[in-house]
Design a protein around this ligand. Structure first.
Ligand code: CA
Length: 413
């Protein structure tokens, strides 16, 4: 779980792991076979640790806690390497959904619903979050606990705090991790996770753990690291509950558009009655709720599936601020309930733009006055926002869907 600074947009999501609850998480299985990458500590790192120790102690970390946590830690080059090599290529949302909501993940999720039925029922009763949603998060975050990460958290966060692209962020997480150790919820050796600090079955980063994790099985420890997923699952439910989850409301509903529908209404939020009056109907297998406001979204352009997203969709995005992630969680939960696949067709023949084409796109947007960022071929929130503005200015549905067809249309301007 990592709250991204900016969404990666409607269409493309980084390849940072299928689960991707943590924006920078590694791909599946890599950590399980991690080679020994701890190298001797550079002298400058030792000096940094001394300085950080003083800072940590002023923030309430006891010397004993600190020294025990830092005893024998190394310099984690593996984490640094991963931090430096952020995924630059993207894949289309349908390819992401193919793996995020694969048949295997659905099948395993249904097994988890059976195996942990009583625990999930108790969590659902306490937090008013449907069990299928909790299990979907578990499935995407750690493949139902199979990929919780084996990186020593203190070592990794210390290395990234000393020398990384986001030292302030990681130092904040490191202090939070020390607080967790100080509280005795886990021993230093047991505090493992992904290379960038996401821990346990539902991949909480330390600050989120401190704020939202719960001891659900009542043994006095908030243990998200144990094989027993009870505390981790309850913590995920508690997190969604705190951000306003509404039980009984869908996160998204796939809809059918009436003939001649004005697709420029993408991105608008209206009541379900207003959308119904505009001619939108739930696709087969979907049910429109009786009330609520929803935003119309075309995650793969106006020729792909049309979705109405409700407030619960935005709650899921508090877990990971990417539309594709929220669509995957909502869809996996639906599939776990026995729902079907999307009715609309994904434009699978579309290919992602090359780096050169993405730069060309940015130059066009820049020339037309919609984009003032760097021409770097990275399609982030700034570029996608400019794409939406360009589309609206040119009479298209402002879906932010970046495709070759869009670029070709721009070339014709
Ligand atoms: Ca516990």
């Amino acid at each position: 779980m990592f709250i991204r600074a900016a969404t990666l947009g409607l269409v493309m999501i980084s390849l940072a792991g299928c689960g991707s609850a943590f924006a920078n998480r590694s791909g599946s299985g890599v950590e399980a076979t991690r080679l020994a990458t701890t190298t001797p500590r550079p002298a400058a790192f030792d000096r940094w640790i001394d300085g950080f120790r003083a800072r940590a102690l002023t923030q309430g970390i006891e010397a004993r806690t600190f020294d025990r946590a830092f005893s024998g830690i190394g310099y984690n080059e593996d984490s640094l390497r991963r931090d430096a090599h952020q995924p630059e290529f993207t894949r289309p949302i349908w390819a992401y959904l193919d793996s995020a909501v694969s048949d295997t993940r659905i099948e395993n999720g249904r097994a988890m619903l059976r195996d942990h039925a009583s625990t999930l029922a108790a969590i659902e009763a306490r937090y008013n979050v449907e069990r299928e949603v909790v299990v979907a998060i578990w499935g995407l975050e750690s493949s139902y606990g199979q990929l919780r990460g084996t990186t020593p958290i203190i070592e990794s966060l210390a290395t990234l705090s000393y020398e990384g692209r986001r030292t302030a962020f990681f130092e904040q997480q490191l202090v939070a991790a020390l607080r967790i150790l100080q509280a005795g919820d886990v021993a230093p050796a047991g505090m493992v996770g992904s290379w960038a600090g996401a821990m346990g079955h539902t991949q909480f980063i330390p600050t989120s753990y401190l704020e939202y994790a719960v001891d659900f099985n009542g043994d006095g420890r908030r243990d998200i690291w144990a094989d027993d997923p009870t505390d981790a699952l309850a913590s995920a439910a508690a997190y969604l509950s705190r951000f306003g989850w509404t039980r009984g409301q869908p996160a998204l509903v796939e809809v059918r558009l009436p003939r001649g529908f004005d697709t420029q209404q993408a991105g608008q939020r209206r009541t379900v009655q207003e959308w119904a009056a505009a001619g939108l109907q739930a696709q087969p297998g979907n049910r429109m709720p009786a009330s609520g406001e929803a935003t119309l979204m075309f995650p793969a352009g106006a020729n792909g599936p049309a979705l109405l997203t409700f407030s619960n969709f935005r709650v899921i995005k508090r877990y990971n601020n990417a539309d594709a992630y929220a669509i995957a969680i909502a869809h996996l939960a639906d599939r776990l309930r026995g729902g079907g696949t999307f009715v609309g067709n994904w434009p699978r023949d579309d290919r992602p733009l090359t780096a050169g084409e993405r730069e060309e796109l940015q130059r066009v947007l820049s020339r037309s006055g919609h984009y003032s960022g760097e021409i770097d071929g990275r399609v982030g929130s700034g570029t996608l926002s400019a794409v939406r503005d360009w589309q609206a200015a040119n009479g298209m549905a402002p879906d932010g869907y970046v495709s070759l067809a869009l670029l070709e249309r721009m070339r014709r301007q």
